[in-house]
Design a protein around this ligand. Structure first.
Ligand SMILES: [Zn+2]
Ligand SMILES: [Zn+2]
Length: 249
């Protein structure tokens, strides 16, 4: 399983990164996890504009799905012809949220671009060669963390989450734990929204994850501090997700 970071910035785009978007590839099938705002620029470098074969959206905060709005134009009006329908898995109201973001009737456009698969509870879905276990995590809106298996490898993605034991279930013995680390330890962080690097490391250690990849760092944060906090609590390899970096899971 190959992972390409498409966008890794938390909450809003940074000067050199769009928001959350991660491309997984197995047997020639490309699965995109999240399509945050600003991510479809780098997507064109990662796999080509029409590269993804399916999308899973973790939750409907703008930094995880908003580029799906303008991406409809890319797929519907591409000069080489209309792209294949794109399966889009996401929270129960994903279609309504996208219609709302357009602010007008877009039934025809959506019917020609996206095939929606709403998720409304913890469930497992098969998407191409990927088995995806979706579980609700601890965030103010309906949010699904994921455990993605293919070709004998496993990647877990925290999505956005505050502390919760589900993260340990998702990341148990995985090859890569892609975990958010939005906050800095010691700040006045609200509970049940995001994690610090220190908390991400603690969950990775509890889950015996083989590698920890920190993501969703916010542009006004401090990457050096986040890494230092994480290094104190986890003995495995820790990397920070950077746009267009490729990793073998
Ligand atoms: Zn986010
Ligand atoms: Zn969020």
């Amino acid at each position: 399983m190959k992972l390409t970071i498409v966008g890794a910035s938390g909450t809003f785009p940074g000067p050199r990164s769009g928001c959350s978007s991660y491309l997984l590839e197995q047997d020639g099938f490309r699965l995109l996890l999240d399509v945050g705002n600003g991510s479809t620029g780098a997507l064109q470098e990662a796999c080509g504009l029409l590269g993804p074969d399916a999308v899973i959206v973790s939750h409907l905060h703008g930094d995880h799905y908003l580029d799906l709005i303008t991406y409809t134009y890319a797929r519907r009006y591409h000069p080489e012809g209309q792209a294949a329908m794109l399966p889009v898995y996401g929270p129960s109201n994903i279609r309504e949220q996208i219609v709302g973001a357009f602010g007008r009737n877009v039934d025809d456009l959506l019917a020609e671009t996206y095939e929606f698969h709403p998720i409304d509870r913890d469930q497992k879905v098969a998407v191409g060669p990927f088995e995806v276990d979706l579980r609700r995590v601890n965030h103010p809106v309906e949010t699904y963390g994921m455990r993605v298996s293919a070709g004998g490898r496993i990647l877990a993605y925290s999505a956005d989450s505050g502390e919760c034991s589900t993260l340990i279930d998702l990341a148990k013995d995985v090859d890569v734990f892609l975990c958010e680390a939005s906050y800095l330890d010691g700040d006045d962080n609200p509970p049940d929204v995001h994690l610090t690097g220190k908390q991400a490391a603690r969950f990775a250690a509890s889950a015996d994850a083989r590698r920890l990849m920190l993501t969703h760092l916010v542009p006004w944060g401090d990457e050096t501090r986040t890494l230092a906090e994480a290094n104190g609590g986890y003995e495995g390899e820790i990397v920070v997700a950077r746009p267009l970096d490729m990793h073998d899971v």
